[in-house]
Design a protein around this ligand. Structure first.
Ligand SMILES: *Cc1c(COP(=O)(O)O)cnc(C)c1O
Length: 365
């Protein structure tokens, strides 16, 4: 059989046109490069965590379904992150799955999703996949929430879910508390505060839960050093979580993931030490980049820095950095506010030094 005509138009006839028109989520090939494009923690698992993980793997009962409620892991997360006993926790296969659950449970064809822009692309992509409207409101030029424009969008579009990443990706800033409160108070919507970068931030927003009935907080272990694990969490009032939990696929967190996350979180201080190093390195990079007249760098509460090249072409610079062995993220073209911008993930001290050299060499042309 000829592979070329094997499906004979079946795929074209049956797969939704909007799906066929969608580009697959692109992950750049980083083979052989210093990988500073995806906000990964550059350090391997701390030794004690690795040993504990290996020790427990031998006893895993893979013939059994996982604990559907992941009770031991949930208790461990509650303890590690000091989550108030009033709040219930829902776990997802990364925050991405939680975003999908939230949108599936709340949004309708008439009442979709609202987020500022630029922000995390998955908010928009998942709304599109679930065929609900997605509305975005540009941040101000200094990346603050444009509160009047957001309030107007709330009135006009009446979304059911609002996503606010705090710190925001890719801008790295935490939105002002007054702006958050103004939006939460005006929204006839669930406001989800996405704290993916909390390990690198000066403060969290969990206090909002006690003040507002329409807020939930989402976190992830990805940026903490466990991106490969895929574990996200959402917490807040048990009545919200009980409804959302109905749409969670049973056993979405496999036995290996539950066990690995538990073992690693028992060694949380070692992970925390890694984030402390990364925060110090972020400071070093910020100072070095800030002293370079060829670019603008913004302060960041995350494990990346956003820079704008004053004169150089960002795409060409990105490509030349890759030729010098360093992969970063080019954001030029993804949003008007990001014209000429690159996003640089903070790596190990040696990686950061190489990144600065590659950027310098690329800007020299
Ligand atoms: C990286 C990131 C996440 C993490 O998603 P996971 O699916 O948990 O890996 C969530 N939100 C934002 C804003 C991010 O940048």
């Amino acid at each position: 059989m000829n592979a070329d005509n094997h499906t004979d138009g079946w795929v074209e006839r049956l797969v939704r046109a909007d799906v066929r028109a969608t580009a697959a989520y692109h992950v750049a090939d980083a083979a052989g490069l210093v990988k500073l494009d995806a906000m990964e923690n550059p350090y391997p698992l701390p030794r004690a965590a690795r040993d504990e993980l290996v020790r427990r793997l031998g006893a895993v009962e893979l013939n059994r379904y996982p604990d559907p409620q992941a009770r031991a892991l949930t208790a461990r997360l509650r303890q590690t992150f000091g989550i108030d006993p009033r709040w219930q926790i829902l776990l997802g296969n990364g925050s991405d799955e939680i975003i999908q659950i939230l949108i599936a449970a709340l949004a309708t064809p008439g009442h979709g999703v609202l987020a500022p822009a630029p922000s995390f692309v998955m908010f928009r992509l998942i709304a599109q996949w679930l065929r609900v409207p997605f509305h975005e409101v540009a941040l101000t030029p200094d990346f603050a929430l444009d509160v009047p424009a957001m309030l107007e969008a709330l009135r006009t579009h009446r979304p059911r879910v609002v996503f606010l990443a705090c710190p925001n990706n890719p801008t790295g800033n935490i939105f002002a508390p007054e702006a958050l409160c103004a939006l939460i108070e005006a929204a006839e919507a669930l406001v989800v505060i996405d704290e993916a970068y909390l390990p690198f931030a000066s403060r969290d927003q969990a206090d909002l839960l006690a003040h507002y009935p329409n807020v939930l907080v989402m976190r992830t272990l990805s940026k903490l050093g466990l991106a490969g694990l895929r574990l996200g969490m959402l917490f807040g009032d048990p009545r919200w979580i009980a409804e959302l939990d109905k749409l969670r696929l049973p056993y979405n967190i496999g036995t290996l993931n539950q066990l690995a996350a538990e073992a690693v979180l028992e060694q949380y201080p070692a992970l925390h030490e890694q984030t402390t190093t990364l925060i110090a390195e972020r400071g070093r990079l910020f100072a070095a980049l800030g002293a370079d007249p060829r670019l603008v760098v913004w302060p960041s509460e995350a494990n990346f820095l956003l820079v704008r090249l004053c004169a150089a072409d960002a795409r060409a610079t990105h490509e030349r950095m890759r030729e010098h062995g360093v992969l970063v993220k080019c954001l030029d073209g993804s949003h008007p506010l990001l014209a000429g911008c690159l996003r640089l993930t903070v790596g190990t001290p040696a990686e950061n030094t190489r990144m600065l050299q590659a950027l310098d060499a690329a800007l020299e042309g």
